[in-house]
Design a protein around this ligand. Structure first.
Ligand SMILES: Cc1cc2nc3c(=O)[nH]c(=O)nc-3n(C[C@H](O)[C@H](O)[C@H](O)COP(=O)(O)OP(=O)(O)OC[C@H]3O[C@@H](n4cnc5c(N)ncnc54)[C@H](O)[C@@H]3O)c2cc1C
Length: 414
């Protein structure tokens, strides 16, 4: 009898990591994408290996802050109003997680996926052309005042519970630490032991090339549906024809919603859209990656320029790009880095796939033979390699040595 391959649908960082770990475990693997690998959310992110980012957007108090943030033109949270009727059920569930109990539960589940992320990236890239692309760094969280930092205590306490501690820098030491900063920033909270990537899209693409060079097959096709034999997946149906499979994995980012709907499942994943602006040939660079606390975007010196990437826009992934988040980023950049110049800029928008409880689904979709790895919200680059490894362990049968219940799809299926 022919042994059919495992088909991984979606070649973002999560799918590529899954395909590579499955391949290393000796499976015959086909990686499919409607586009070239690493071109969607995994292309334009901040490149931060954010092993500290355990706190979800839905912290307690968001209920009170939300109306003000939506109306405040300097706040990095946007709503696409015309999308709200369709997004309302998801939004209600999302906001339902903005309690102390839920936030702590989410932070615990995320810590398991995040804290060893630099090591997980190192393990993933071992023996590939991008072995030297995982950079050790510090991260500098930027605040206009010490008081603004103090107001974030809840977040820092959660990060400390996960083993990530910050040193606070104030006064003249701020500008000695990062001479690129203007006088607006008067406080830095600095964490060590983190990392970053300087071209996330190319990083994903090179890993996909490695997968192919090791005998894996990449197929460029749009997956439309699945075929079943005796209730178990046996085919992946695409615009390029049907492909037989032994198992399938849905790692399709925001589009996982449409694909899982084909299985009769109604998994509530929506987009926290984010934007980036790249300053080409910047006149100055930061010493370490940064995160602007009020603008809510990352600052990372990348191969193609200085990338400012972040903000949150709650909108459907099918809606056109907005201008206001891009203008907001530009405004904060000018105010924070007053001497920075460049020869040109590039702009981009991407979809962070987010489930209402901000915890990704990693595991089987019932007994279909289909597994899922999606919903990695703001930290898919960070946690993609570990997710891939966990999925490979689950699919291989041995199973991971951590409790996978928090990541089970069942919480949305029962
Ligand atoms: C502005 C911004 C900044 C960010 N910064 C960071 C950061 O610093 N650190 C961090 O860890 N995370 C960051 N993120 C989040 C991170 O980028 C995402 O969580 C991550 O890229 C999601 O990866 P993915 O593989 O799940 O999805 P994607 O990268 O979106 O990949 C999904 C793939 O599935 C394919 N696909 C979809 N449907 C089909 C179909 N029907 N058939 C075939 N193929 C299909 C798509 O073409 C795509 O290639 C950021 C995100 C944004 C938007």
């Amino acid at each position: 009898m022919t042994q059919h391959p495992i088909i991984v649908v979606g070649a973002g960082i999560v799918g590529i990591s899954t395909a590579l770990w499955l391949q290393r475990d000796g499976h015959d693997v086909v990686l499919m994408d409607k586009d070239k690998p690493g071109q969607a959310a995994s292309y334009g992110n901040s490149g931060l290996i954010a092993n500290w980012a355990v706190t979800p957007v839905t912290y307690p108090g968001l209920w009170w802050a939300l109306p003000r943030m939506v109306l405040d033109r300097r706040a990095p949270l946007f709503l696409k109003w015309r999308d709200m009727p369709k997004m309302a059920p998801w939004l209600a569930k999302f906001m339902g997680n903005a309690t102390d109990r839920k936030t702590r539960q989410i932070a615990n589940s995320m810590a398991t996926l995040l804290t060893d992320a630099v090591d997980q990236h190192r393990a993933l890239v071992k023996g590939t052309a991008v072995e030297s692309w995982v950079h050790d760094s510090k991260i500098n969280f930027l605040y206009p005042t010490r008081r603004a930092f103090d107001r974030d205590k809840y977040n820092y306490d959660l990060m400390a519970d996960a083993g990530q501690h910050a040193d606070v820098i104030t006064g003249p030491a701020v500008h000695e630490e990062e001479p690129i900063l203007g006088p607006r920033i008067q406080c830095i909270a600095q964490m060590s032991g983190t990392g970053h990537i300087t071209d996330p899209g190319n990083y994903a693409a090179k890993l996909a090339e490695h997968f192919a060079a090791q005998g894996g097959r990449f197929v460029r096709a749009t997956v439309q549906d699945f075929g079943f034999t005796g209730g178990h997946v046996s085919q992946v149906r695409t615009d390029q024809g049907a492909f037989d499979c032994a198992k399938a994995v849905v790692t399709s980012g925001i589009w996982s919603k449409e694909l899982t709907r084909k299985l009769g499942l109604n998994i509530p994943v929506e987009s926290e859209r984010g934007y980036h602006v790249i300053y080409e040939n910047p006149s100055e660079l930061p010493r370490n990656p940064m995160l602007l606390s009020d603008g809510k975007f990352g600052v990372n010196a990348m191969d193609m320029g200085l990338r400012f990437a972040g903000t949150v826009e709650l909108a459907r992934h099918t809606s056109p790009q907005s201008q206001r988040p891009l203008d907001l980023i530009q405004g904060y950049v000018k105010a924070t880095f007053p001497n920075l110049t460049c020869t040109g800029t590039q702009e981009w928008m991407g979809n962070r796939p987010t489930l209402p409880d901000s915890v990704p689904i990693i595991g089987p979709l019932k007994d279909t033979g289909i597994f899922a790895g999606f919903g990695h919200q703001h930290v898919g680059l960070t946690s993609g390699p570990k997710t891939g490894r966990l999925l490979a362990q689950m699919i291989g049968g041995a199973g991971p040595n951590i409790d996978m219940a928090p990541y089970s799809a069942d919480r949305y299926l029962n």
